[in-house]
Design a protein around this ligand. Structure first.
Ligand code: AHR
Length: 836
């Protein structure tokens, strides 16, 4: 037990005011205005405190309920750097700890786990040896822990007898309210950096709010006189190699993208495994109906991973499907189910019944076996209905168990069994994505440690796959599992890019049973070897030889003896780049590098662009460990204004560092639906991505799919219902850049006399070295016509041209095809691709 006396604490406390005394030094006060407000700084001016801005905010736990900051305590180390601790809530054995060199950029927060049930009001003091003392209160009394100088490692906590004076804070009245906090004297240079940061953020915010929709109200756009004239000068002698995989897709089971969506299974809750964890109010009988209560049993399960099944007596059992079952006249449907006879024989009528009670298809199943046995029949529809139901009608007096009740249209994508919805898969295939990222998103790292996606639970016989709740508040059957994802990639000629957890769950996870929230301290170190092995097994499963590898044999047994040729693996999904993350990422990446040096590892740099804490720390980590990733995954969802004003984002990236995978991105307006404005902002940005295709290897718009009535997120690339598939303007931009992509970037320069309009114009020339074709992409995001003179490239009047135009708010348009004509004229708010 460490006994710390008040004198030591006070000595440390005083050591915080280390800035040299000078007349022009600034007095600042660091505090939190309220639990949701994060850490703020005020500066003293004319004897009063002026609020200057927010320095950082809490990243602990779930959105809504958590992300709170109580009682921040800030101290200055003897080397001038800063440390912050704060209480995260009143029910977790954790406090938050963060580090900053300059008060502007903060390293992502760590949440050390203490031995107590609560860590209340932590306070931090520097020691002369560079370490830090941290005291906090708990139901067990005052406690003490010590932090290493880099603030990454914390000793086990013990009782402390420090005086209450350690918790004394400064006070200041800011904006008329009295606050507790810490005051410091800092140099003019330090203050100038902080002020500049706030000024820059304000300017960025202003630009990010620029909207095409408002052009008629705002100069210079409201003053423009058509036609504008611009010149595109192309230098065919100056080319550079760029990635030939720039456009891929992001697939996550969000907004019913998989179950109820792309996965063609028509029976909802086929395995009777729904639980309230999936969705409040759901249970094993959800989506099933009968005139009497449905009995659910667990005594003799079909599979340990599917413990529940229904007992069916004489009453008809109905399944409502996913918002109904689509039945089309003349089409065939594969019905199957497992029956547990238990010594009884049963005959079932299997019907598809329309909304008006009309029987649309019928079949019979005779169960004879005593133990679980699968029975199947093919139903041929004699009528159509978009909202039919499935009826199982027992014909004899008997009570038998049923499980894995399934109905698939025979016409799936590529006619695969256990396949994908044909219309939806075809629209995705038409995009000609160069890669598919799966299974998420947040679904990869999951809501808490227990919900981390384990690929090996998603392969093999359907009844043995392990269903789980979906972080997006519904159920994952895992019927669309890793085998089906890899098969789909192969079917559409895309590279598979599985992204799996880096040994940590989503940082927005709720508290577990021990009260540990967020990353929940990661997979315990003693379980990491098994987790790492699981990831190595995936590579073996995908690429191994069935004759020598049991994992590859599983793949062969599932119908794919040839390897899937996995080349990429993603580790982590926009994680907070905490110490817990870094330690686990490094272990995983080292193991993969050692065993499979040819596999290209994709790391992550958090959920946002520069200058967010995770982005900065993620890139710092990446640069310090160049051997641990081939590329890193960047994510940012931003306004159209942000994209139009950050056209140079990748221009100055160091080409000798890791490549970039822009794995999740989308432009949005307050309407939160893709429209001409978002599409043009994305097209502009993609011309810049092509220019930077030597450092950006891949991009994927996110999310891809959203089912009507089940949306978790907006905007999305493709909206759909059971009977419609509706690609959005975002889809068309992705498709045009994908279909007309190249592997060489040709230097070009677009000039317009009025330079302040240039962020609204885009041009990019790429060449496909295999076909020799050249593609010229042109974007006009201005409200008036643009006449373009092209130098250095002959564009014949017969050249093929494809594109769209519209009003910024239009959510639909027709993609037109035609010929270039003699002059290149871009209508207001338009996009064109010319093929040469
Ligand atoms: O694309 C939707 C979600 O956005 C993803 O699951 C997550 O990675 C990101 O926050």
């Amino acid at each position: 037990m460490k006994l710390k006396l008040l004198t030591l604490a006070i000595a440390a406390f005083q050591a915080t005011a280390i800035a040299a005394k000078a007349d022009d030094n600034r007095q600042v006060f660091i505090y939190s205005p309220d639990k949701n407000g994060g850490l703020h700084i005020a500066v003293q001016e004319g004897g009063k405190w002026r609020e200057a801005g927010r320095l950082c905010s809490s990243d602990y736990g779930t959105w809504g309920a958590e992300k709170l900051m109580f009682h921040p305590s800030v101290t200055r180390a003897h080397d001038g750097t800063w440390r912050l601790v704060f209480q995260v809530n009143d029910h977790s054995p954790q406090f938050a700890a963060a580090y900053s060199n300059d008060l502007v950029n903060w390293r992502p927060q760590d949440y050390p786990v203490m031995s107590t049930s609560q860590c209340l009001d932590p306070v931090v003091f520097p020691n002369p040896d560079g370490t830090f003392d941290i005291y906090f209160k708990s139901p067990e009394g005052k406690r003490w822990t010590s932090a290493t100088p880099n603030f990454r490692h914390f000793t086990p906590d013990s009782a402390s007898q420090i005086s209450d004076e350690a918790w004394m804070r400064d006070t200041a009245t800011v904006d008329g309210r009295l606050h507790e906090g810490n005051s410091f004297e800092i140099t003019p240079k330090e203050w100038a950096k902080i002020e500049q940061h706030f000024k820059q953020s304000g300017e960025d915010w202003r630009k990010s709010n620029e909207r095409m929709h408002d052009d008629a109200k705002n100069a210079p756009f409201s003053m423009l006189k058509a036609p504008l004239k611009a010149t595109l000068t192309v230098d065919m002698n100056k080319k550079k190699a760029i990635s030939d995989k720039l456009i891929g897709i992001f697939f996550e089971d969000i907004s019913y993208a998989a179950d109820g969506g792309l996965y063609a299974e028509q029976v909802q809750n086929r395995d009777f495994e729904y639980t309230p964890r999936d969705h409040r109010g759901w249970d094993a009988t959800t989506a099933w109906h009968s005139s009497s209560p449905i009995d659910i049993a667990t005594e003799h399960p079909l599979s340990a991973n599917n413990p529940h099944y229904a007992i069916i007596g004489l009453d008809t059992l109905w399944n409502e499907g996913w918002d109904g079952i689509v039945v089309e006249k003349g089409k065939k449907y594969d019905f199957s189910m497992y029956v547990l006879g238990g010594g009884q024989k049963q005959n079932f009528k299997v019907l598809l019944v329309g909304q008006d009670g009309q029987v649309l298809a019928k079949g019979k199943v005779k169960s004879r076996a005593s133990d679980w046995q699968q029975y199947s029949t093919v139903l041929t529809a004699t009528g159509s209905d978009a909202k039919a139901r499935l009826a199982l009608i027992p014909q004899k007096v008997a009570r038998v168990g049923i499980d894995m009740v399934s109905l698939f249209p025979q016409e799936t994508f590529m006619n695969r069994k256990n396949g994908l919805r044909r219309d939806l898969a075809q629209v995705i295939a038409d995009l000609k994505p160069k890669f598919v990222r799966f299974p998420g998103g947040c679904m990869s790292h999951g809501q808490g440690l227990e919900n981390i996606y384990h690929w090996n639970e998603t392969v093999g016989p359907l009844q043995d796959r392990k269903p789980d709740f979906n972080i997006w508040n519904y159920h994952q059957t895992r019927g669309l599992g890793f085998f089906e994802y890899f098969q789909f990639c192969e079917d559409i000629g895309a590279e598979p890019l599985p992204v799996l957890a880096a040994g940590v769950p989503c940082q927005n996870s709720a508290c577990n049973a021990k009260g540990i929230g967020g990353q929940q301290d990661g997979i315990p170190m003693d379980q990491m070897p098994a987790y790492i092995q699981e990831l190595l097994d995936l590579i073996e499963w995908a690429n191994g030889d069935p004759l020598t590898s049991k994992w590859a044999k599983m793949r062969a047994d599932a119908g794919h003896p040839a390897p899937f040729h996995l080349k990429y693996i993603g580790i982590g999904n926009e994680d907070i780049i905490s110490t817990v993350f870094e330690e686990r990422y490094e272990m995983i990446a080292r193991a993969i590098r050692q065993k499979y040096p040819d596999i290209k590892i994709c790391g992550t740099v958090g959920p946002f662009h520069t200058p967010s804490a995770d982005y900065l720390e993620g890139w710092d980590f990446t640069k310090k460990h160049p051997d641990l990733q081939y590329m890193v995954d960047e994510h940012y969802y931003e306004s159209t204004g942000w994209f139009m004003h950050h056209r140079d984002y990748y221009d100055n990236y160091d080409r000798s560092e890791a490549k970039v995978y822009l794995g999740e991105w989308a432009a949005s307006t307050n309407v939160k639906r893709p429209n001409v404005e978002t599409a043009l902002a994305e097209a502009l940005y993609l011309t810049d991505i092509e220019r930077n295709g030597d450092v950006v290897e891949m991009t994927s718009y996110a999310p891809m799919l959203s089912k009507d009535g089940h949306s978790n997120w907006n905007p999305d690339m493709i909206y759909f219902s059971n009977t419609t598939v509706r690609p959005t303007p975002a889809y068309h931009v992705q498709r045009l850049f994908s279909v007309y992509g190249g592997d060489q970037y040709v230097t070009s320069e677009l000039r317009i006399p009025n330079a302040e309009l240039s962020h609204r114009l885009g041009a990019s020339v790429v060449r496909d070295s295999k076909s020799g074709k050249i593609y010229v992409k042109l974007v006009n995001a201005l409200p008036c016509e643009l006449q373009l003179t092209v130098n250095g490239l002959d564009i014949p009047a017969t050249a093929k041209i494809e594109g769209f135009e519209g009003k910024p708010e239009d959510q639909q348009f027709t993609v037109n095809k035609g010929e270039a004509g003699n002059a290149i004229v871009l209508p207001p708010y338009s996009f064109r691709v010319i093929e040469l």
